[in-house]
Ligand binder design. Structure first.
Ligand code: GCV
Length: 667
């Protein structure tokens, strides 16, 4: 594997503006002092002309890394993961009470120097707002990646755990530098061979991976197959109340912890999209989850239990079932029933990582259960790392959504950062966008999504423009401000542009079936997946009001009233909540049909303009980058045109309304 891209970490592109630095990593008995030395050696040498690393402080020491022997082995609060960088009399020190904190402090200093700060001016005390900052890889052991758009798996190949050691170290450093502290290496859809990852056949190799991640304060997790006892042990049931099943999980979990004493825990997708689960055995989610959680509990392990549970075999004729309601209906009645180490993993929206959907009503509603929000960095429905989509802007809106469940502090970002006695673990997880691609992420600019995820997970109120500027400064030190600004504008606009030509007004699921790239208006309309737009000759949209599916009722009173009332419902969610006639007037004065035409034309024009700008600035960028981005933009434009023409033609034929500007719509 040839992944040489350093992303936002110092590389040969960094000019060595700074002259000399003496770094002291005190030999204080910390088992990780060697990691700090390695990091300093690797990265400070990219930024300084002369670097000397000592084990004892002298009067030459510029940077002192203090790693106390009694550093907390297990992190039990976000304060512990914090760090302090302070300077006085020419000496800058990094200190923390945990290994993670020291690492984050070192990367913070590196970033400061990269951005041109002088060492003495980097004084900061920081800590993460959330305790869980996780990545889920959907990697399969055959090397494929479900919904992966960046090449093959970095962990697996040909039914084996098989990775490039150097690249793995690089990956761990990359994600540590943005504060990630947990990684689940395999797909939530656990197939036969992956089921064996928790057995002696594979544990040796899993533990070697865990060892790499441990160096960087990252706990390793595995997705497990709920029916493992049946698949592996040939028990005739995986019933969570069955004694043999309970014992099987206890024994298997003990084996895992013998191999990896600080193993993070399991992730489970149960009773969802053909995956087995407790329902398969006539039991409930809390019975299934608690049984596995109890097996993990003696070792401090956690169980992430996904709430992506719905009927994927719905009859499209059945208008009484609304998939959006499923997660809440399954899990809300179970609030308070889960073991202390169960964490419910809730997709950010009630459907499935669409370009636009409301925030899941389960977030904020659960009061007595640990939960994390799940984002998707891999761009399944958002352009597949061909089309530009700067995801942090979407997440910013989600994090700022007010659930109105409490008098104060009810925005999603506030809920994620607050722990309470019943609800200890809080945070975020996201599906990774990584593969063996030379840029790691398929599109070089998709690195901004991974970077932004890390920074928002750490600080969920952070401004996304500032994240983008920081990413640009760190990633492209060789580009001048004007050139960086070109990329900044492209990414800033990208989210709206993609929404313009794919999903204006909150309409969803007009995407090609299975691979989910490009338009196909009715691909899902007569299918069992519960994802419809109900277009007819009069209008379109899904009535989820009190007179329709009553999904609105799952929100707090205030949000329910907003979404239910067509005059108050945000227009970018109009078709998610309401079935409206084509003649319905919007705040812009446009009718819905005209808005459909306008947004699709506008989206294409905007992306065409971006390519023109990119071409005009050709000489500002190194040829490989210019060419890489140009080729992606050309593909995006042809995709956007296809969306425009298929959707506009479809609605022209369906409604008979002309475009008031007389633009070309195919008949
Ligand atoms: C891993 C969507 C995706 C599936 C994915 C699933 C999930 O349905 O299309 O590929 O499966 O979400 O989140 O479990």
């Amino acid at each position: 594997m040839e992944i040489s891209d350093m992303c936002w970490l110092p590389s040969e592109q960094n000019a060595k503006h700074q002259k000399t630095i003496t770094i002291t990593v005190e030999e204080s008995g910390s088992p990780y002092a060697y990691v700090y030395r390695e990091l300093c050696e690797k990265y400070f040498t990219k930024l300084y002309q002369y670097v000397s690393i000592t084990r004892k402080k002298t009067n030459k020491t510029d940077l002192l890394i203090n790693a106390p022997e009694d550093m907390e082995a297990k992190i039990s609060s976000t304060a512990q993961e914090g760090y302090k960088i302070s300077s006085s009399n020419g000496l800058t020190s990094i200190s923390s009470t945990s290994h993670n904190g020291v690492l984050y402090g070192i990367f913070r200093v590196i970033q400061g120097i990269q951005k041109g700060d002088s060492l003495e001016n980097i004084s900061i005390e920081d800590r993460p707002a959330t305790s869980i900052r996780m990545l889920n890889h959907w990697d399969n052991i055959d090397g494929s990646v479900e919904r992966g758009y960046a090449g093959k798996s970095i962990f697996f190949q040909n039914d084996e755990i098989n990775y490039d050691y150097k690249a793995m170290i690089q990956y761990a450093e990359l994600i540590c530098s943005i504060g990630i502290n947990a990684v689940c290496i395999n797909n939530v859809n656990v197939h036969y061979i992956e089921t064996k990852l928790i057995t002696n056949e594979k544990l040796d190799q899993v533990s070697q991976l865990a060892e790499i991640f441990r160096k960087y304060g990252i706990a390793l997790y595995l997705s497990v197959n709920y029916a493992s006892p049946v698949t592996l042990e040939k028990l005739d049931t995986a019933d969570p109340l069955n004694e043999d099943v309970i014992r099987w999980w206890e024994n298997q979990t003990a084996l895992v912890y013998k191999a990896i004493p600080d193993f993070g825990g399991f992730v489970v997708k149960a009773d969802s999209e053909n995956r087995p689960g407790p329902h398969t055995y006539g039991r409930t989610h809390e019975q299934g989850a608690n049984m596995i959680a109890k097996a993990l509990s003696p070792y401090g392990g956690k169980l992430f239990w996904r709430c992506f549970v719905y009927n994927h075999l719905q009859d499209w004729r059945d208008r009484s079932t609304d998939r959006a309601k499923a997660a809440y209906e399954h899990f809300m009645p179970l609030d308070g029933e889960f073991e202390h180490n169960v964490i419910l993993q809730i997709k950010s929206g009630p459907m499935d990582f669409q370009v636009r959907e409301p925030v899941s009503p389960l977030l904020g509603a659960l009061k007595k259960t640990n939960n994390v929000v799940e984002f998707q960095i891999t761009q399944e429905y958002t352009g597949q790392q061909i089309d530009l989509f700067y995801l942090p802007q979407q997440w910013r809106e989600i994090l700022d959504f007010d659930t109105f469940y409490f008098n104060e502090g009810a925005k999603i970002h506030q809920l994620l950062s607050k722990s309470s006695a019943n609800n200890i673990y809080k945070g975020v997880t996201a599906v990774a966008n990584i593969g063996r691609d030379k840029y790691w992420t398929g599109h070089k600019f998709a690195q901004a999504n991974l970077f932004g995820y890390g920074l928002l997970a750490w600080d969920p109120v952070r401004d996304t423009d500032n994240i983008l500027e920081t990413w640009l400064e760190l990633t492209f030190p060789e580009l001048d401000f004007e050139a960086q600004k070109v990329i900044f504008e492209m990414l800033k606009e990208s989210t709206e542009i993609y929404e313009n030509y794919t999903a204006p007004l909150g309409v969803g699921w007009m995407i090609n079936k299975e691979h989910h790239y490009g338009p196909s208006v009715n691909a899902y309309e007569y299918e069992p997946w519960g994802t419809y737009h109900f277009s007819d000759r009069e209008g379109l949209g899904v009535d989820r009001t009190v007179n329709g599916s009553n999904f609105v009722n799952q929100y707090s009173e205030s949000n329910k009233n907003t979404f239910n009332d067509i005059r108050k419902c945000p227009e970018n969610l109009l078709l998610f909540f309401h079935h409206v006639p084509y003649t319905h007037k919007l705040s812009t004065g446009n009718t819905v049909i005209q808005e459909i035409y306008d947004t699709h034309f506008y989206g294409v024009e905007r992306i065409e303009k971006i390519l023109t700008t990119w071409n005009n600035h050709r000489s500002d960028f190194p040829e490989p980058l210019y060419d890489h981005v140009r080729r992606k933009l050309e593909k995006q434009i042809s995709n956007a045109r296809e969306w425009r023409d298929q959707v506009n033609t479809y609605y022209y034929r369906m409604s008979g309304f002309d475009d008031k500007y007389g633009r070309k719509i195919h008949e």
